[in-house]
Write a protein that binds this ligand. Structure first.
Ligand SMILES: N[C@@H](CCC(=O)N[C@@H](CS)C(=O)NCC(=O)O)C(=O)O
Length: 251
């Protein structure tokens, strides 16, 4: 960890499943930091209870703690005068905003279901997740976290649907993103000079989080049908995390 007060410190859940973080929100933020070429150090902490809002990720910037990816992206864009999104029109920003909400408030729970709830993926997910936990108390904490996830899924509403209905909900979000991307390399790009924007980083984080962990779930099978979207995730990953080649996607 850096002692340099000017460097951003990213507090996040550590790497898992071949991705830089087990958490889609942490992945969103780190992808953004890299896209914007900001200098940062990572502090992998598995305990969201230490976070200002009890959730990961959060950052320390100039000694100040800041939570929530939405507010962090806004803060960094404003304080660093970032230009990663300048090529987007007002209409494109509005669509990106709505789709970001779809990913963070709806699709996130599709991912949670595929990891914490879907019966066939539970054993392999538990095995991988345990590696992020402290050795002795980890196995005791995991059932408690799973109970909390079930409760949160129920309160959100996603947890009241059947597995097939959750796959149908995932299909709606996936088809919307796939249609919006079309044959382009990056969202809303008009040609080869248009690189990724913060929206590409966000879509990448949530799509890769369902795609890469090798848990065979109905919603992941739906995603694998959409080659343009999965290729987009691989493209963004290769550009932003070249040191960590994406593991081959297996069924
Ligand atoms: N709105 C937050 C959501 C972050 C979030 O839900 N993080 C999850 C991990 S992916 C978390 O910390 N969950 C722990 C909990 O809810 O207790 C953001 O955009 O940063």
């Amino acid at each position: 960890m850096s002692t340099d007060g000017d460097k951003i410190i990213l507090k996040q859940v550590g790497p898992s499943f071949g991705l830089p973080s087990a958490s889609p929100f942490c992945l969103r933020l780190e992808a953004f930091l890299r896209l914007a070429a900001l200098d940062y150090d990572v502090d992998n902490t598995p305990d969201p209870r230490k976070a200002p809002k009890g959730k990961v990720p959060w950052i320390v910037d100039g000694g100040r703690e800041l939570a929530d990816t939405h507010f962090i992206l806004e803060h960094l864009t404003r304080t660093r005068g970032l230009t990663v999104d300048v090529r987007l029109s007002a209409e494109q920003r509005a669509v990106a905003h709505a789709c970001t909400r779809m990913l963070t408030e709806n699709f996130y729970w599709v991912i949670v279901h595929s990891r914490w709830i879907y019966p066939d993926s539970w054993a392999p997910f538990r095995r991988d997740f345990l590696r992020l936990m402290p050795p002795v108390i980890g196995p005791l904490l995991v059932p408690m976290i799973r109970r909390g996830m079930r409760k949160a899924m129920h309160q959100h509403g996603m947890g009241r649907h059947s597995h097939d209905e959750i796959a149908a909900i995932a299909r709606g979000d996936i088809e919307a993103l796939d249609a919006l991307l079309g044959a382009r390399d990056y969202f809303f790009s008009a040609g080869p000079d248009d690189g990724p924007t913060s929206f590409d980083a966000t879509v990448y984080a949530f799509i890769a989080s369902l795609l890469v962990p090798p848990f065979d779930t109905p919603q992941r099978r739906v995603l694998i049908e959409h080659a343009r979207l999965t290729a987009h995730a691989a493209r963004v990953h290769a550009r932003l995390f070249p040191e960590l080649p994406l593991p081959p996607v297996t069924r």
